[in-house]
Design a protein around this ligand. Structure first.
Ligand code: KG4
Ligand code: ZN
Length: 333
């Protein structure tokens, strides 16, 4: 079965063609990064306007690159929640029209579930596993029982981890998008130059919840307070020290959740799963007997392939939406 996946929830206009949920025939990602760069953040109105201009070309390119024509498609899957409402609406309405014109089913897909599912396309992992969803909008540690069955164990109580990367980069004018730049700068910085607030674990009611606003405030407003041995405040040192602390906060909870739940498998997804320190720290868990997977870099950040992949599962289980499908900016996790 051939599924076209469409993703327009934020600033990537993406369409992919995936065969039988596993074989990625094409995955076209038209990024708006350059156009949002002057504002150092995504401007919602600009994002939806660009999606409107780009969507039909992106879909056309995905089908062509797959070596197929419209009539080869069996279904259209589209991100319909959560995200920027205007951007989501462009994708959903395009998908509705496209599916109707071909008389094939349409499937609305949850962006967060799709991020969690992305690694399953390339490296299938037996359920249940510990899911670590880390993106610009979400930071969730969960027990993934099935592709559509997730128990949330912990989440950020304020900023998402990717948002913290982006805000720190914006404050120090490091470049855009922040996460990628901080990852790169960190490679030549000293992670111990600043000893930012550590990953203390709250053993209370929500032991896996985490906070990133304290770390962000420390990095932005209190550099001197955390300076270690007069370390110079170079952008590399700030980036590396921030990254160590940000990944540390998450990893502490991941380790605790693995221990407490007894789960032996763990998989990450979302834009921050592309972070090199996080990937190597997760990989380290293999030494303790855990199986660890994460998506290839292209499937970490927003992409249509993960939407088509999860859409295929829905289709196989006989689920489909109809022309009442609409977009939601928020959903319960
Ligand atoms: O999943 P995604 O593409 O969009 C959302 O659903 O939010 O994630 C985007 C986030 C941004 O905050 C970006 O800075 C972060 O992922 N990101 C990274 C890296 N690559 C992207 N953060 C840290 N290290 C990276 N290498
Ligand atoms: Zn995303």
């Amino acid at each position: 079965m051939i599924v076209l996946g469409i993703e327009t929830s934020c600033d990537e206009c993406s369409a992919a063609v995936v065969k039988d949920g596993r074989e990625i025939l094409s995955n076209v990602i038209a990024t708006q990064i350059e156009l949002h760069k002057p504002y150092q953040g995504v401007v919602p109105e600009l994002a939806s306007r660009l999606h409107t201009e780009w969507i039909s070309q992106v879909v056309k390119a995905a089908i062509m690159q797959a070596g197929l024509t419209n009539k080869d498609l069996d279904a259209v899957a589209v991100t319909n929640r959560p995200g920027l409402l205007g951007s989501l609406l462009v994708g959903v309405n395009f998908a509705k029209g496209f599916a109707a014109s071909l008389n094939i089913p349409i499937l609305g897909v949850d962006h967060i579930r799709a991020h969690l599912y992305a690694s399953q396309i390339e490296n299938p992992l037996e359920y249940p596993y510990l899911g670590v969803l880390v993106s610009g909008g979400h930071t969730v540690i969960c027990k993934v029982n099935g592709y559509d069955d997730v128990d949330v164990l912990g989440t950020t109580i304020d900023d998402a981890i990717g948002e913290a990367f982006d805000k720190v980069a914006k404050f120090y004018d490091l470049g855009y998008p922040g996460g990628v730049v901080i990852d790169r700068l960190s490679k030549s910085g000293d992670p111990m130059a600043f000893l930012f607030p550590g990953p203390t674990l709250d053993r209370g009611e929500h032991p896996y919840d985490m906070s990133y606003s304290g770390l962000k405030t420390g990095v932005i407003n209190q550099l001197d307070k955390f300076r270690n041995n007069n370390a110079p405040a170079t952008k590399e040192n700030i980036a590396a020290s921030f990254q160590r602390a940000a990944v540390g906060i998450l990893m502490k909870r991941v380790k605790a959740a693995l221990k407490d739940t007894g789960l032996k498998r763990v998989s990450a997804g979302g834009g921050v799963a592309a972070n090199s320190l996080l990937r190597s720290e997760l990989k380290e868990l293999e030494k303790g007997g855990y199986t660890v997977t994460f998506p290839s870099l292209k499937l970490c950040t927003d992409n249509g392939a993960m939407i088509a992949g999860l859409g295929y599962r829905y289709l196989k289980d006989g689920w489909k939406d109809d022309d009442k499908l609409t977009a939601y900016s928020r959903v319960a996790a």
